[in-house]
Ligand binder design. Structure first.
Ligand code: ISE
Length: 331
């Protein structure tokens, strides 16, 4: 069975997913796309064989050629499209965040629980990155003992001027928030946020998260680092540590220097993670298995922690994260 996928939103990520579905993922066919920019949608449809550009996102969700929906539109629109997909009984992979507000995420959890089926996946693609998977395997094997501290660095070369304050957390650091929960298999219970030079710039922030079992997570997120896209992390355990450096593994030596070339943004760095994420989504749909990767609960929990971080930033206080009881569907 080939899974027909419809994509809502064909900007940076939507068009990248379209390219992967059309050329690098087996068992899937891109059948329909929608974008508020109809020309952009038509161009993406044209580059992916027989896909049609539709004029209405809800029509796309209900289209007979669409077995599963991929939501890659702007963050505030996610909730409505995920809810409409659940109402249509169709599996939906939503780019992060599941919804920007905690209430929006809770409405999605309620709708999914009422449908009685696991339909929702959230695009926290780092869970599929071979380096992070290796880190988790090492931690789970017990080789470095119990986790104590997770240090993370997340730098973007640049970010639009409109992106400051909370967006730095909800759009960028949210990846590390999900990663920490997944790697440690633990929930985050409290958050504090610091900015250098008495808050003169909010392009760079340090988030300190506390997990339920007492692990500390520090995240430096810097959205205007200028020199390139740079994501690193080190997990310190009682008996050793495991670290993940910036890709690629190759080192260039010339003109008196040795180093790695850094990409301009996240797409080259996480290309394999995106491909594996989509392949796994399709494979599980074809075999009638529950989706893998981040589920609705993970999407909700990441947004709850991100919002606590935003409140910590705004109020300069340590914020506790209070999660609702985990619904049985996600047990
Ligand atoms: C972007 O939206 C992403 O999702 C990237 O993975 C992340 O590294 C970047 O900071 C975000 O702006």
């Amino acid at each position: 069975m080939t899974v027909g996928v419809g994509i809502i939103g064909t900007g940076v990520m939507g068009s990248d997913h379209a390219r992967l579905l059309a050329g690098a993922v087996s068992g899937a066919a891109l059948t329909a796309v929608f974008d508020v920019d109809q020309q952009r949608a038509a161009a993406v449809a044209g580059s992916a064989g027989s896909a049609r550009a539709l004029a209405d996102p809800i029509e796309l969700i209900h289209d007979d050629a669409v077995d599963a929906v991929l939501v890659a539109s702007s963050d505030p629109t996610h909730e409505a499209f995920v809810l409409a997909s659940i109402a249509a009984g169709k599996p939906v992979l939503c780019e992060k965040p599941l919804a920007p507000t905690v209430d929006g995420c809770l409405r999605i959890l309620d709708a999914e629980a009422a449908s009685g089926r696991r339909l929702v996946s959230v695009g926290f693609m780092r869970r599929y990155d071979p380096g992070y998977v290796d880190m988790k395997t090492i931690l789970d094997s017990g080789e470095i003992g119990a986790a104590l501290v997770l240090h993370c660095v997340h730098r973007n070369a640049s970010a639009p001027a409109s992106r400051f304050r909370g967006d730095v957390i909800t759009n960028s650091a949210v990846h590390e928030i999900d990663l920490a929960r997944w790697l440690l298999d633990d929930e985050i219970v409290a958050a504090s946020v610091y900015t250098p030079r008495a808050g003169a710039t909010r392009d760079i922030q340090i988030l300190v998260l506390e997990s339920a079992t007492g692990v500390l997570v520090d995240i430096e997120v810097f959205v205007n680092a200028r020199y390139g896209y740079d994501v690193r992390c080190e997990l310190v355990g009682e008996e050793g540590s495991v670290s993940l450096d910036a890709a690629p593994a190759t080192e260039l030596r010339r003109a008196g220097m040795a180093g790695r070339r850094l990409p301009g943004d996240w797409r080259p760095r996480f290309a394999e993670a995106y491909r594996r994420e989509l392949q796994d989504w399709i494979e599980r749909l074809r075999n009638n298995r529950n989706p893998g990767g981040a589920d609705g609960w993970d999407g909700y929990s990441a947004t709850a922690v991100a919002q606590a971080c935003v409140a910590a930033l705004e109020t300069n206080t340590r914020q506790e994260v209070k999660l609702t009881a985990k619904p049985h569907l996600y047990a």
